[in-house]
Design a protein around this ligand. Structure first.
Ligand code: ZN
Length: 376
């Protein structure tokens, strides 16, 4: 046990400057910029909060993919630790967090679900936002869900490929897709997934220990942005866990409606499954990839940024970007952020992460604007 703890301490020590595709990654999380969210009706703003957390501003509405800021740490996982309210307030500052009308959760692990109880105290008005999550997550957070009125509605996906009807927003169509969760770590060829299992009955209180947040089923989501006529003008494919080509797919009938503009990737663990990200990019004829969930969330957010301990490193991040470039379909969507230079980050390097022609490694706090268009 002592050796194990010593290894964790060593592996958690700050590393050197990180370079991806030859571009320097900023040392620290960025302060969000309120101006980045002031967009026209034909532009979507995508904000990276860090880990699996994203925000999508579209036609005056705001969608959250549940952000996590408390970063409880390895040992903190096992103690009695609730959300760090100050960290949540700091993490959402200068973003339209208080306008959020819907929260999506892909699975119930601590880094996706454990800060949700703090959202109403961090500026999200009670009973304003709905929550779409697996049954396990809704059971763990049952004391906050309707009829207790911390949140407007709560819904768990009932079928893969079937849009959510009752708990959505006017400008969004949310379609859950049955997916999978790769092992959190592999040692000596054996995969280990933390906190597997389900919570089958509503809990009277939220879990007091971060390690008690159970995974439940894993869902990916198609997030379609709709124009005033209900036509799809932008499509995001969001994954907050890694799945192989035989574990996750988009139904052909949905792909016939539109290609995927943006794939929000989960990077850690890509080497543990077959054909990720290639399969997802090829089936969706995806145009652009935002590399999510890459930074170490076992350390406080004021520490120097580094890849998730054990699972990811600079070499693997570079490998992932090369695999994206090699996987892009010749008839993929042609798209790039409107508010960034065409290829790489300007020399100042402090307000953006590395980028290639068809991908970006976002820094927590960074916002991307994309133009939307019908008919893809
Ligand atoms: Zn997980």
């Amino acid at each position: 046990m002592l050796l194990f703890v010593a290894a964790l301490v060593v592996l958690s020590m700050p590393g050197c400057t990180l370079f991806v595709a030859g571009q320097k990654v900023p040392d620290h999380v960025l302060e969000a910029n309120t101006d980045d969210f002031r967009v026209a009706d034909d532009v979507a703003a995508l904000h990276y909060y860090g880990v699996g957390g994203w925000g999508v501003k579209w036609r005056g509405e705001y969608l959250l993919m549940a952000p996590y800021f408390s970063n409880h740490g390895f040992l903190g996982m096992f103690g009695r630790n609730g959300p760090d309210l100050e960290a949540v307030k700091q993490g959402v500052r200068n973003t339209p967090f208080g306008d959020a009308g819907l929260i999506l959760v892909g699975h119930g692990h601590v880094d996706h679900a454990a800060d949700i109880p703090a959202y109403p105290m961090a500026g999200l008005p009670a009973n304003q936002a709905g929550v779409i999550a697996n049954k396990t997550t809704l059971n763990m957070l049952a004391s906050l869900m309707p009829p207790n009125k911390s949140f407007r509605c709560a819904e768990t996906p009932s079928a893969s490929g079937q849009a959510i009807d009752n708990c959505s927003l006017a400008g969004f169509r949310i379609t859950p897709l049955a997916s999978h969760h790769a092992p959190n770590v592999k040692l000596l060829g054996m995969g280990f997934t933390i906190a597997r299992g389900t919570v089958d009955e509503p809990l009277p209180e939220i879990p007091s220990r971060p390690s008690a947040y159970r995974m439940g089923d894993t869902w990916a989501y198609l997030i379609d942005l709709l124009d005033e006529n209900g036509e799809i003008v932008f499509r995001i494919h969001y994954m907050d866990a890694v799945a192989g080509s035989d574990e996750s797919s988009i139904p052909p009938a949905l792909l016939a409606q539109r290609k995927v503009d943006i794939h929000i990737a989960c990077v850690p663990g890509f080497a543990y499954v077959d054909n990720y990200p290639e399969w997802e990019l090829q089936q969706g004829k995806t145009g652009y990839v935002l590399l999510g969930h890459w930074e170490d969330f076992f350390q406080s957010r004021d520490k120097r940024l580094k890849p998730v301990t054990w699972v990811l490193n600079e070499n693997k991040l570079n490998t992932f970007t090369r695999r994206i470039e090699n996987a892009l379909s010749p008839d993929a969507v042609q798209i790039a952020p409107l508010n960034k230079s065409p290829v790489d980050c300007p020399v100042d390097g402090e307000r953006c992460g590395p980028r290639g022609k068809s991908w970006a490694l976002p820094v927590p706090g960074e916002t991307y604007q994309f133009g939307v268009r019908a008919g893809l």
